[in-house]
Design a protein. Structure first.
Length: 162
């Protein structure tokens, strides 16, 4: 039994938690997610620094795919989000831009301002994917770090070990 599986088993027994999340074989913690968030935002900053603001979202999406690949960051792109209601798979055709390491939902925009509907979209994807963290990135900003990104967490994140 690998150490990660053993740790997950012990946490479940001691804390009574049914689901212990892991990233690449290691138990997911807030620190690991924060490090991954830093890497994802770093990729967005690099794309923005290289091609600038004001382009179509699709261009940033393709460039971010390339940047994730360069840095060896595991991700799913345009992933269809499953919705199961009482045992029936619903056909809502929801797709998130990126699901990084099956832990962080990343939604990208290239808009004049972030509207509440974009935040609701991200939070919905986080809930359906049981993701503890999400990042909303707006490439139509002067500075990605200062005003072009916002990170969201939910109760799953709050329950993780530090």
């Amino acid at each position: 039994m690998c150490l990660c599986v053993l740790c997950a088993y012990v946490v479940r027994k001691i804390c009574g938690k049914k689901d212990v999340l892991s990233i690449g074989g290691e138990m997911m913690t807030k620190k690991i997610l924060d490090r991954l968030t830093y890497e994802v935002i770093g990729c967005a900053i690099e794309v923005h620094r290289t091609i600038g603001p004001g382009l179509l979202e699709r261009i940033y999406h393709d460039c971010l795919i390339h940047e994730f690949n360069i840095r060896g960051i595991e991700f799913d792109s345009n992933m269809k989000i499953p919705i199961n209601y009482k045992g029936i798979n619903m056909n809502a055709d929801l797709r998130c831009d990126f699901f990084v390491k099956k832990a962080i939902v990343v939604e990208i925009k290239s808009v004049a301002e972030i509207l509440p509907i974009y935040e609701a979209q991200l939070l919905t994807y986080m809930k359906l994917l049981k993701s503890p963290k999400g990042i909303l990135i707006n490439f139509n900003s002067v500075n990605i770090f200062r005003d072009g990104q916002k990170t969201y967490v939910n109760e799953i994140f709050r329950d993780l070990a530090d």
